[in-house]
Design a protein around this ligand. Structure first.
Ligand SMILES: Nc1ncnc2c1ncn2[C@@H]1O[C@H](COP(=O)(O)OP(=O)(O)OP(=O)(O)O)[C@@H](O)[C@H]1O
Length: 679
């Protein structure tokens, strides 16, 4: 690292390593340099490295049925490949080109960009489809960006994807469950549809492995695209970094105060907690610091990626999880700071427990993160770890999620698509048998499949269609049956939020006082219901905002809860499920159950979370889970943190220094004996 980037005494990073052969000329650093911005959009398209391969791509697509395109980040795969094929006439038969994305935010931003390049309106020629938001027109949309999960949903209605002439699976290296599932399903479709073209693309994909999966070089060709838009200079830490949050914050301050290139900064951290901590450390005037993580509404995610228009703002810092790691281009980003960690879900089939664990990123991920710079101008990536750590400790590629995640949702989707023998499905990397067996057992206990492992006609089909995890749909189905469907709809919406309280601007004691206003001894679930009802009672939108501010509640999250609830309500209406409330309906007044309304709701929740029960230990602090004998603690954010009841049911398990359980409610162990049936 060049000492001039650092204040004396804070020099941290080692020598530069160049990602690109076009080494960045030190002398050019002083210029605010954005050559592509001077060109028309059409010229910009022709400057992209992939443009040189345009004819070859069109030819290979005619000759082979499957094409794997490997090219550097920013070379033009996502935005250009669908356009080339559109221009070559692949949609002239009225069919469409689909390009899948692992994340919603990239599906939307890429569609926006392509639309801009074609000079059309979003939703006309170019559109996107993500959960709860379909911006496409059946008649005119020919290039469609969609999440891989949505493509699977489309397959349920149209198993051969007959609307499409080309399916492009982008960012295949991410190996999400849905990407892998789409790959297996597409392979099946290719056996029937001889007219379908498939593209698999990534900057870092293991091309030969994909080629073998698609029956070798006879069927599947590989194209390698050389070069990138602009160089990115890599900087490594010269010694291990003790506190990467603090160090990234000081680096940001240093870059902004001493930088020779004016530009924005994108910081990769592992999660919302770290993002908030990081943001609290930056106190610079005229600098806009924005968070970007999956817990935010789409509107706020997109806002973080939109260039700043405020002339008073001199610099922008985006603190993000890996949500911004692939596909997105954030104009103006010159610096990327990579803390080298990611939160990953790990499922243990023996304990039937999924926990969120912080792990080092893979080399492929690190290179994707670096690739967020150098897209509209030359850039720098600062890695908060040593080169030695990169070489020795980082795995080459990301572990396929299918091998470390719970498989219930995936199996349910396969069953809905008519793949009954899920063991024999053609997986690109099959999940471990123990995970498969556990998933089948869980689906049976949830009533989604019968003893022959066939989807059940009632609950099974509804669970497949509901856009929520099957354990949550089980709670909802149970609640509709027990007269509290409306209350469970509220809980489904509230537990889908990742943030309810605005923690960064409130003093701990003030925040605790606010929480206590709504807290109830039964636990977090009923506390959430109190919050939702208090919010929903207010009808004026401005008053809602003021109320949220006064109570340190995130008003955007609450708006999202209202939205999610209304979306789920559409499904209960569609399936003619009763949505009464035990708290608010007139007919609940004659309620004469053995149990109180709050107990009935927690019992219904337990029906989907029987695997998440824990018993208090003799120390009156820790708990032992009934499945897997894990020692867990109640998370400090829970209202039951200080009052540890003897038995609990929880929603999530997070592992940091200890194992913490969240969304906790107290239960009576008697409820585990299926006594609810007599309600
Ligand atoms: N919103 C945008 N604003 C400005 N330029 C953009 C935008 N989106 C894309 N570009 C330009 O188009 C180039 C190609 O982007 P594209 O997403 O197609 O690349 P890619 O090869 O798919 O990258 P990745 O592997 O990172 O997804 C970018 O490097 C950038 O120069």
């Amino acid at each position: 690292m060049n000492g001039k980037f650092w204040k004396p005494g804070t020099r941290l990073l080692s020598e530069d390593v160049l990602l690109d052969k076009n080494a960045l000329d030190e002398g050019s650093l002083g210029v605010c340099f954005n050559p592509l911005a001077q060109l028309s959009l059409n010229q910009q398209r022709q400057e992209l490295p992939i443009f040189k391969h345009r004819t070859e791509i069109i030819y290979l697509m005619e000759k082979f049925r499957v094409l794997i395109v490997v090219g550097e980040t920013g070379s033009g795969k996502t935005t250009q490949l669908p356009q080339y094929l559109y221009e070559a006439g692949w949609t002239s038969n009225g069919k469409c080109i689909a390009c899948t994305q692992p994340r919603r935010v990239s599906a939307v931003t890429v569609a926006q960009r392509v639309c801009q390049e074609r000079g059309s309106t979003l939703g006309d020629l170019v559109g996107y489809t993500i959960q709860f938001d379909n911006c496409c027109s059946e008649q005119v949309t020919r290039i469609k960006y969609l999440t891989d999960g949505m493509l699977i949903r489309e397959m349920m209605l149209d198993p051969l994807l007959s609307r499409y002439s080309i399916i492009m699976i982008d960012e295949a290296h991410e190996r999400t469950i849905y990407t892998d599932l789409v790959l297996g399903l597409i392979k099946k479709i290719l056996k029937v549809r001889k007219d379908l073209g498939v593209i698999i693309s990534s900057a870092t994909v293991d091309a030969e492995m994909f080629q073998r999966f698609f029956d070798g070089p006879q069927e599947c060709s590989i194209l390698s695209v050389q070069g990138r838009c602009h160089p990115v200079t890599l900087h490594y830490a010269s010694q291990p970094v003790k506190n990467y949050i603090q160090e990234s914050a000081s680096l940001c301050v240093d870059l902004i105060q001493n930088q020779r290139v004016k530009g924005d900064i994108l910081v990769f951290l592992s999660g919302q907690d770290e993002i908030e901590q990081f943001m609290s450390l930056i106190e610079l005037e005229h600098v806009l610091v924005l968070a970007l993580h999956a817990g935010l509404s789409m509107e706020r995610q997109l806002q973080a990626l939109t260039p700043n228009q405020d002339t008073k703002i001199t610099n922008k810092i985006i603190a993000s999880t890996n949500i911004a790691e692939t596909s997105v281009t954030v104009p103006g980003i010159v610096y990327v700071i990579d803390c080298g960690v990611v939160k990953q879900r790990h499922y243990d089939p023996y304990a039937d427990s999924e926990s969120l664990v912080k792990v080092p990123v893979s080399k492929h991920s690190a290179s994707q993160r670096a690739g967020r710079a150098g897209r509209t101008q030359p850039g720098h990536c600062y890695r908060m770890y040593t080169k030695q750590h990169f070489d020795r400790n980082l795995k080459t590629s990301t572990t396929p999620q299918m091998q470390i995640s719970e498989a219930t949702e995936m199996i349910l989707q396969l069953k809905a698509l008519g793949v009954n023998n899920v063991h024999h499905f053609d997986y690109i990397s099959a999940p471990p048998t123990a995970i498969m067996i556990k998933a089948l057992e869980t689906l049976y206990l949830l009533g989604a499949i019968d003893s022959q492992t066939h989807l059940t006609k009632g609950h099974g089909t509804i669970m497949c269609e509901m856009p929520i995890p099957c354990r949550i749909s089980k709670c909802l189905l149970e609640a509709c049956d027990k007269g509290c469907g409306a209350d469970m709809l509220t809980l489904c919406a509230m537990t889908s939020l990742t943030q309810i309280w605005t923690t960064n601007d409130a003093h701990v004691k003030v925040l605790d006082a606010c929480k206590n206003k709504f807290a109830v001894i039964q636990g977090d679930l009923l506390t959430y219901m109190n919050i939702y009802h208090a919010y929903a009672r207010i009808t004026d939108p401005h008053q809602r905002i003021t109320w949220c501010q006064e109570n340190h509640i995130d008003h955007r999250s609450m708006a999202r809860a209202v939205h999610v609830r209304s979306q789920l309500k559409k499904y209960t209406t569609k399936f003619k499920l009763k949505t009464n409330s035990l708290f608010h309906d007139d007919d609940a007044q004659g309620y004469d159950s053995l149990y109180s309304p709050s107990q009935v709701i927690v019992m219904c929740y337990l029906k989907g979370h029987f695997h998440h029960v824990a018993r208090r230990n003799a120390d009156h602090v820790t708990f032992t889970t009934l499945r897997g004998d894990q020692i867990v603690h109640i998370h400090p954010s829970s209202v039951l943190f200080k009052y540890a009841p003897p038995w609990i049911v929880y929603g999530d398990l997070v592992q940091t220094d200890k194992k913490y359980v969240m969304n906790v409610s107290m239960i009576d162990p008697e409820w585990l004996n299926n006594k609810q049936e007599s309600l």
